[in-house]
Design a protein around this ligand. Structure first.
Ligand code: PXP
Length: 261
């Protein structure tokens, strides 16, 4: 199982002051030292954290393969084609969101995603689609020509948090607070089963399978147990721990957890 470390929040901290510190490029070198396999960043339309210049500097460093998450907006795709990273993960994007909510609707945007996928592949950029686990989304991902899907683990992570902490502030949690514990447990089991089924279906179709969103040091076990999942992309929990332990140690802890599975 490979680990992609999402370093958006390093840039978020930098942008809090609009200065050069902390530098996401430094995080790339630390991630490499700590045993990460890939760097993941989200180049948002509003460039709220990661900037094009970060992408250029990370690519020039050639320290680790770079996976850029971005929307299907034509302007951002034009920028990406010029930057030429190793992989693009297409994600839904909404200006108001705090983080990526829900998977990309490949069925609805089929033609546009097929066109982007073709353009990216012609430029030797691998294409992954960040999707929910519905079978029609997985089949559409294969049909548009993507090589990989990243299964959205956000719903699973939220349910896990609801059952294991009274302090979770996720909006999904708040919406569901009135649910009895037994119902939450059933939903949690359903969310794991749906990730298992989705991963199996995707692999059967010939897609590589990654997973990510909301994964942390406590909720990883059921995801690590899905044999088809070959990569995890994890950001917030690693950067949060790094404030107290340092980034290298936080990434090493995650690498050790993944390797222990
Ligand atoms: N994968 C994708 C496609 C994402 O959009 C994100 C969030 O940027 C992540 C993984 C990482 O999620 P988290 O920061 O919750 O670990």
């Amino acid at each position: 199982m490979l680990l992609g470390v999402n370093i958006d929040h390093i840039a978020t901290l930098r942008e809090a002051r609009k200065i050069n510190d902390p530098d996401p490029l430094e995080a790339v070198f630390i991630a490499k030292r700590a045993g990460a396999d890939q760097i993941t960043i989200h180049l948002r339309e509003d460039r709220r954290h990661i900037h094009d210049s970060d992408v250029i500097r990370i690519l020039e460093s050639s320290a680790l393969p770079l996976n850029i998450e971005c929307s299907i907006n034509p302007n951002i795709i034009d920028s990406i084609l010029k930057l030429s990273p190793n992989r693009i993960t297409l994600v839904p994007e909404n200006r108001q969101e705090v983080t990526t909510e829900g998977g990309l609707d490949v069925v609805q945007h089929f033609d546009r995603i097929a066109e982007i996928t073709q353009a990216l592949k012609q430029n030797c950029i691998e294409v992954s689609l960040f999707i929910d686990t519905q079978i029609d989304q997985i089949c559409a991902s294969k049909e548009v020509g993507a090589q990989m899907v990243e299964l959205h683990t956000g719903a699973y992570a939220n349910l896990y948090a609801m059952l294991n902490s009274n302090l979770s502030r996720s909006h999904h949690v708040i919406e569901s607070l009135n649910l009895p514990r037994s119902t939450l447990k059933t939903h949690l089991q359903d969310s794991i089963a749906s990730l298992q089924d989705g991963a199996k279906e995707a692999k059967w179709l010939g897609l590589e399978v990654a997973a990510g969103h909301g994964l942390n040091y406590h909720n990883l076990a059921p995801i690590l147990a899905i044999p088809e999942v070959m990569e995890l992309n994890i950001g917030q929990s690693i950067i949060a721990r790094s404030i107290f332990t340092g980034l290298e140690s936080a990434i090493k802890d995650m690498v050790a957890l993944i390797k222990s599975s």
